[in-house]
Write a protein that binds this ligand. Sequence first.
Ligand SMILES: Nc1ncnc2c1ncn2[C@@H]1O[C@H](COP(=O)(O)OP(=O)(O)OP(=O)(O)O)[C@@H](O)[C@H]1O
Length: 248
Amino acid sequence: MSDPIIEVKNVSKSYGGVKANVDITMKVERGSITGIIGPNGCGKTTLFNSIVGYHPIDNGSISFDGDEISKLRVGDIARLGMLRTFQQTRIYGKMDCVDNMQISVSHRPDSKVSLFASRKGEIRERAEHLLEFVGLYSKRNLISGDLSFGQQKLLELAMALMNEPKALLLDEPTAGINPTLINGLIDRLRRANEELGITLCVIEHNMRVIMNLASHIYCLSNGQMLAEGKPADLQNDQRVIDAYLGGH
Ligand SMILES: Nc1ncnc2c1ncn2[C@@H]1O[C@H](COP(=O)(O)OP(=O)(O)OP(=O)(O)O)[C@@H](O)[C@H]1O
């Protein structure tokens, strides 16, 4: 039975004359890993930005966990339990990993972390536990700017997990990471989904990654929804193949 945690209905967004998203409708099932693919400039990041409240949309509605959120701002949506990561990591390069983790704690009312916010030891303990979860425990006291790009992406994932999101939107999590670390990252994303119960929505250019990771995939092209379905369906969809060939 369908139980969407994110529902996007007829959303459009233009930047001046550029129609970045046109009448987009999609949903992300609770507990799923859902993929978004499409050629460069087709509107994937714009869609993420609309969902997390980074900018107002022109038309349509977006709901998260039953609440209409299309008029809320980033902070309000984060407090409801939806977070995103970026193509370029946003860590504090001059601070060590544990400190990055500790300052990323938000104040969601129902968060176990914020409940104990006054107890620094518990936050530190959780930070170290999550650094272990992403495989960075041995690097916990290193300055984060000295980590490799792939390790910084793992740190960013761990920072997002500090806030116990219900849903996490990841913008090209494997871009710029070497193949060995990509496998580690995929494994961590799967575990975050299965063990921590976090719904994931992933923009990804690496077809091998997204076809393995996602149970359902949406494909955008020229700002419009071109196709959706199971990975195997999309892999054989001539419209998707043509969009990629035409887009590169
Ligand atoms: N802030 C902005 N101002 C003006 N135009 C923008 C802005 N952001 C995106 N665009 C335009 O909107 C369209 C969609 O861009 P978007 O970044 O959403 O695509 P994308 O699918 O995420 O691309 P990529 O795969 O390269 O990251 C593009 O034509 C882009 O140039």
